[in-house]
Design a protein around this ligand. Structure first.
Ligand code: MG
Length: 388
């Protein structure tokens, strides 16, 4: 039937065909009861592009900057103590935010849910002080959970109160502090606990890097931080909250404070991950609907392939019948053209074959499939087995 001498010709034409005609059919393993997407699914939404900071201290493009050294940044914060009861205000000097003893804590005006936080802090050498009295501050997620800030460089204190600890709950895995006088960086990844009807569904977690070193890795949240009191999760927990910087009576400086939201979890409505069955089914149905809508605008084999693709997400007898019809018409057309014209269709033929094999392999189409048998026969006749 067809001959192979026009390989170069079909290749050039193949490059200009729409992406439906690629040698690999569809994707990896298809969607299932708890995954609305196939493996390597090209219909899956692309991640949003974020421009990374020029250094690890600089905010990515999707971060909310709470402090960058400019005076205007004070507007991003509120004092926890009113004017009359605090000794002085937090202030900015040489691009740093200063906590002075007696200022009271400072909270962000913006509130956050699951988030990534970056901040840098520095304490001067306080050789006359020791333990918890040397460069003590803290960053509180939701104003409740403290990641301790402390100059315990060569200054032993209780482990669950040292720098990078989740105060009163979990010591840092290691002490990665630099000597006082150096800037120390924290990168914190916070996932809030989630309750529903008083039931804990997910405990949330904290991950902390101190100077780039992981000191907390997905540690489950046990509740708010309180001195000397064991914390535990109550039956509810706020969805959002401010970030609080602690005044613990020591002078500590801050810089480069920014926060960015994290991708939602499946429990928050994300469709990335292990998804409950009813939501998976709904999404698969929606994807199938969108693909069939696209197919409406096409004709011929292009239409057929899209309709076949829609079956991966939702089986539909009418879509299957239409896909078979348009595929059969394409195969009938091949019988009417001469071999030189037909060989130009090689990429399309192989695309159809691979698509049908995929559906067949994953039991989306039955083992016995007349269209597949016809395509297979064309491929064998033309000796294209090595190309599939
Ligand atoms: Mg503290």
């Amino acid at each position: 039937m067809f001959i192979k001498v026009f390989y170069f010709t079909y290749l050039i034409i193949g490059l200009h065909t729409v992406s439906l005609f690629s040698a690999s059919a569809f994707f990896g393993d298809p969607p299932d009861d708890n995954h609305p997407w196939a493996v390597h699914d090209r219909n899956r939404p692309q991640p949003i592009h974020v421009v990374a900071g020029t250094t690890n201290s600089a905010p990515p493009s999707d971060a909310l900057v709470l402090f960058d050294g400019t005076p205007d940044c004070l507007r991003n914060w509120r004092h926890n103590k009113d004017k009359d009861s605090r000794k002085s205000d937090w202030m900015i000097q040489n691009g740093s935010l200063f906590c002075l003893p007696g200022t009271g804590s400072l909270s962000s005006r913006a509130t956050f849910s699951d988030c990534q936080v970056h901040l840098e802090w520095r304490s001067q050498s306080h050789e006359n002080k020791s333990g918890q009295s040397r460069g003590n501050s803290g960053i509180f997620l939701m104003e409740l959970i403290e990641v301790q800030i402390l100059d315990n460089f060569q200054n032993p204190t209780y482990a669950d109160g040292s720098a990078g600890s989740i105060y009163g709950v979990m010591p840092p895995a290691v002490n990665a502090l630099k000597a006082p006088g150096n800037w120390q960086s924290y990168d914190i990844i916070y996932r809030r606990p989630i309750f529903k009807n008083g039931m804990l569904l997910e405990s949330g977690s904290l991950t902390v890097l101190c100077n780039g070193v992981v000191v907390q890795a997905g540690v489950p949240i046990e509740g708010k931080s309180t001195h000397k009191i064991r914390s535990f999760l109550q039956k509810k927990f706020p969805n959002r909250g401010s970030i609080k910087l602690q005044d613990h009576g020591d002078s500590v400086q801050f810089r480069n404070i920014w926060v960015r939201p994290l991708r939602a979890r499946p429990i928050d409505g994300s469709l990335d991950g292990y998804i409950e069955a009813n939501r998976t089914q709904l999404k698969r149905k929606q994807t199938a609907y969108e693909i069939r809508n696209k197919a409406e605008k096409l004709e011929g084999l292009e239409k057929s392939l899209l309709l076949y693709e829609s079956l991966i997400y939702e089986f539909n007898l009418s879509a299957k019948a239409s896909a078979n019809k348009y595929a059969s018409e394409f195969l009938d057309y091949l019988l009417r053209i001469d071999s030189e014209q037909a060989v130009v269709q090689k990429v399309k033929i192989i695309s159809l074959y691979n698509a049908l094999k995929y559906l067949n392999k994953h039991s989306i189409l039955p083992t016995s499939c007349p269209v597949l048998e016809r395509v297979h026969s064309i491929i064998v006749t033309n000796n294209w087995i090595d190309d599939i």
